[in-house]
Design a protein around this ligand. Structure first.
Ligand code: NAP
Ligand code: ZN
Ligand code: ZN
Length: 352
């Protein structure tokens, strides 16, 4: 029997999110059915609901890819999970599982395209995937994560996207004790980048447009704050950073940041998806063998490693809980950078 669920969807790029009833598929042998407790609100949800990424949005869009819940039913072949387990689902629910990236636990880079938690076509029946702004979800056990029970369940959801998207590049570019890391933008991803880099032993600087966030940045663990619009402050940190994690969601000029990279340093773009309009001179790159790179979420194995790391080091997002009914207002606040530092939807509100 398919499972009737309620959720919130955007019916078009210009319509606000509103209640939407739909069905989850019958359990396949490897499926896990999850009662959703909480779902984080990522800026990608907003981009997708509002059509910022063009064809990527398939309406109705049910966003949500920072999902925490408890297993309430499993398919006949499931071995990893049982009823009652605390689990998570992030940005992907499937991939081809055969290509080189998939074979190397890098499903996010699947050569045949990973199946997104929302706005993707299911690989078996072609149906459109619907995300976590809903009461339940059905996902193959291989794309389900185990959530440490010692962490505050309400706060853990944003690790499934904001956490892994910043953890993966920090690991890939070998951040550890003694590394100097800078983070651009203090939002959902930015605040996790600070917490994770600090937990890995790095010295961390925040680049922000918002002077009023300085105290918060220090409280989150940042050692220094540089106001990114202040040329004097930027010049003072020339040649410093091994890695810069840039979380800014919109087109912006990278030029001010490149000279702040140390020799062999890398600026990793995780925020903007699409074109940057400013051209870049190779001069600051070749003058320090510097790189510009980009990184997308993380694989399932690495996401589990990140959750376990956060469980061990007690790294948790700072969250503001909201009811599902307040999602449109939350999006408006996110656009004004008025979030400390991630909204999480309490799905019990959907049952009200
Ligand atoms: P967010 O919570 O809204 O935070 C973004 C921060 O960037 C803001 O708090 C602000 O920080 C700064 N900012 C915002 N607009 C800006 C502008 N026009 N110019 C300069 N700075 C600006 O967003 P998020 O949820 O962290 O997501 C950030 C981006 O990452 C989104 O575009 C999202 O789609 C993308 N994303 C990518 C991946 C991936 O796999 N690569 C995964 C998840 C999300 P300050 O006030 O401190 O300047
Ligand atoms: Zn996300
Ligand atoms: Zn693949």
């Amino acid at each position: 029997m398919t499972l009737p669920v309620t959720g919130y969807a955007a019916q078009s790029a210009t319509s606000p999110l509103a209640p939407f009833a739909f069905e989850r598929r019958d359990l396949r042998p490897d499926d896990v059915e999850i009662d959703i407790l909480y779902c984080g609100v990522c800026h990608s949800d907003l981009h997708t609901a509002r059509g910022d990424w063009g064809e990527f949005s398939i309406y109705p869009v049910v966003p949500g890819h920072e999902i925490i819940g408890r297993v309430r039913n499993v398919g006949t072949g499931v071995t990893k999970y049982k009823d009652g387990d605390l689990v998570g689902v992030g940005c992907m629910v499937d991939s081809c599982r055969e290509c080189e990236p998939c074979k190397h636990d890098l499903e996010q880079y699947c050569e045949n395209g990973n199946t997104g938690t929302y706005c993707s076509h299911d690989r078996h029946d072609g149906s459109i995937t619907y995300g976590g702004y809903s009461t339940a979800i059905v996902v193959s056990e291989d794309f389900v994560l185990r959530v440490p029970e010692n962490l505050d369940t309400k706060a853990v959801a944003p690790l499934l996207c904001a956490g892994i998207t910043t953890y993966s590049p920090l690991r890939h570019w070998n951040v550890g004790k003694g590394s100097k890391v800078a983070v651009v933008g203090l939002g959902g991803l930015g605040h996790m980048a600070i917490k994770l880099a600090v937990a890995m032993g790095a010295e961390v600087t925040l680049f922000s447009r918002s002077p009023n966030k300085a105290d918060d940045a220090h409280a989150l663990g940042a050692n220094h704050v540089v106001i990114s619009t202040d040329e004097v402050q930027i010049a003072e940190v020339a040649n410093q950073f091994d890695v810069i994690i840039d979380t800014v969601p919109y087109d912006h000029d990278l030029k001010p940041y490149l000279p702040t990279l140390a020799l062999d340093g890398t600026l990793v773009l995780v925020g903007v998806v699409g074109e940057l309009s400013e051209t870049i001179s190779t001069w600051p790159l070749l003058a320090g063998r510097r790189s510009i790179a980009a990184s997308m979420i993380g694989g399932i194995k690495e996401t589990q490693e990140m959750l376990d790391f956060c469980g061990e080091h007690n790294v948790l997002p700072d969250v503001e809980m909201i009811d599902m009914q307040n999602i449109n207002e939350a999006y408006e606040r996110m656009l004004k950078s008025d979030v400390k530092y991630r909204f999480v939807i309490d799905m019990a509100s959907l049952k009200k």
